[in-house]
Design a protein around this ligand. Structure first.
Ligand code: GLV
Ligand code: MN
Ligand code: MN
Length: 426
């Protein structure tokens, strides 16, 4: 017998929860919720309360990930992990990350309410550092759960100079406990994440749900260009060493390189800091970021080499210095084929076809793939708009996604993937 599903009610609950979580922000005017801030604390408390109300046991790990445990087969039984993140970019939408956590809670609530048990456990995870918007530490919370947290992360600093290490302590955590946050790979079956698509494909296809085939690899660079400060009124144009003009040319080179790529490469210069930042002083130092992504790791690597050559050529011509360092690097991650099939079957059970698609956005699944097979479910996004307050998924689509998770969980059979240690990765 299948778990009874009221998709409209699930969608309405998801929408109400999205609003409640989306109201927790550093500003009443827009949604900004960074890692290890008071807003993170309040969001984690709310998610913990929801998990408890859904009948889950709640714990929190050493980097603040909220974990809701459902262990009908005992704490030692292998477990499925379902998660996403509750941090946001600045001036964010309400769905990116939050929706995946909420849908996981609703799916488990529905399953428990139906009195169904499974021969495995499920943990719902609410990670706090997917975006890398406070520290340049993207995916650090899922990295801790996956056992790949890099100790160098602790030295990273936010815009106010506060280190990750000190922020953790102020949040009430002990950095020495981070290794214990790692799951034992032999106890984990798979990681599943539902997420708003953040692109226009599902809307164009007229389908509410998609199944992710792979997550594009990404590199994030910090580029420091140094020139010489000088008086804006006295130094002739030909005698200047303007760091900003060199940086601007390098940013255009990034665009040119990405546009010339044939694997759908995208590259963004999203942050630029100009020193001394004065209207009448020639810029002496510029630090900017490059976020470069591609479905082909080889083309991403080639593009990085080309950018490095271009940046040095531009710097030499302008008599500037340039230093390039990568602070985030993750290869293309395939989603496990068996999980893709099971997600497609769950969607078909609800009378819908699913679209198979790659993800250009980054996700906690990239870090979790180092622990276990991963699968991802995408939910249609209005206008393809994300990282923007206009981001929106309809209650109907969210209800369907929660229902698909329920069907996925109730039909999930251990033997096919139970020996996930070997994991027949695609
Ligand atoms: C996360 O949202 C990313 O892809 O930047
Ligand atoms: Mn995001
Ligand atoms: Mn996200």
């Amino acid at each position: 017998m299948s778990v009874p599903l009221d998709i409209a009610a699930l969608g309405a609950r998801a929408a109400a929860m999205i609003e409640e979580l989306g109201a927790i922000s550093e500003s009443p005017d827009h949604l900004t919720r960074f890692f290890l801030t008071p807003q993170h604390r309040r969001a984690a408390d709310l998610v913990g309360r929801w998990m408890r109300e859904a009948g889950l046991d709640v714990s929190e790990d050493a980097v603040g990930t909220v974990r809701g445990h459902w262990h009908p087969a005992g704490a030692d039984a292998p477990r499925l992990l379902i998660g996403s993140h509750i941090d946001t970019v600045g001036n964010a939408g309400k769905y990116d990350g939050a929706m995946g956590v909420i849908l996981g809670i609703l799916a488990l609530d529905t399953i428990r309410a139906a009195g169904v048990t499974r021969p495995f456990g499920i943990d719902v995870l609410a990670f706090g550092d997917e975006e890398g918007t406070r520290f340049p530490s993207t995916l650090s919370a899922s990295a801790a759960a996956a056992g790949i947290f890099s100790p160098a992360t602790l030295a990273m600093r936010d815009a106010d100079g506060i280190s990750y290490h000190d922020a953790l302590i102020a949040y009430g955590k002990n950095p020495d406990d981070i290794p214990a946050a790692a799951y034992d790979p032999s106890k984990v079956i798979a990681y599943i994440e539902a997420h708003i698509e953040q692109g226009p494909v599902l809307e164009a296809e007229g389908e509410p749900l998609g199944v992710v085939t792979a997550i594009a690899g990404a590199t994030r660079l910090s580029v420091t260009v140094t020139g010489e400060a000088g008086h804006a009124g006295t130094v002739p144009m030909r005698m200047r060493h303007d760091a900003l003009l060199g940086a601007a040319e390098m940013a255009l080179a990034v665009e040119r390189i990405a546009k010339a790529d044939r694997h759908g490469m995208v590259a963004t210069v999203g942050r630029m800091h100009i020193d001394p930042g004065s209207i009448n002083v020639i810029p002496s130092r510029v630090v900017f970021t490059v976020d470069l992504r591609s479905g082909s790791d080889m083309s991403r690597r080639e593009a990085l080499e080309r950018f490095e050559r271009e940046a040095h050529r531009i710097a030499d011509l302008r008599h500037l210095g340039v230093v390039i360092s990568a602070f985030h690097e993750v290869g293309t991650v395939p989603c496990f084929r068996d999980l893709q099939l099971r997600l497609r079957n769950a969607i078909a059970d609800l009378g819908h076809s699913s679209v198979s698609m790659a993800s250009g956005a980054g996700h906690d699944g990239q870090a979790m793939s180092k622990l276990c097979p991963i699968g991802m479910l995408f939910v249609r996004c209005r206008g393809g708009i994300s990282h923007n307050p206009a981001e929106y998924a309809s209650p109907e689509d969210m209800g369907l996604a929660a229902a698909a998770l329920v069907r996925f969980i109730e039909r999930f059979k251990l033997p096919q993937i139970g020996d996930a240690t070997g994991g027949v990765q695609t």
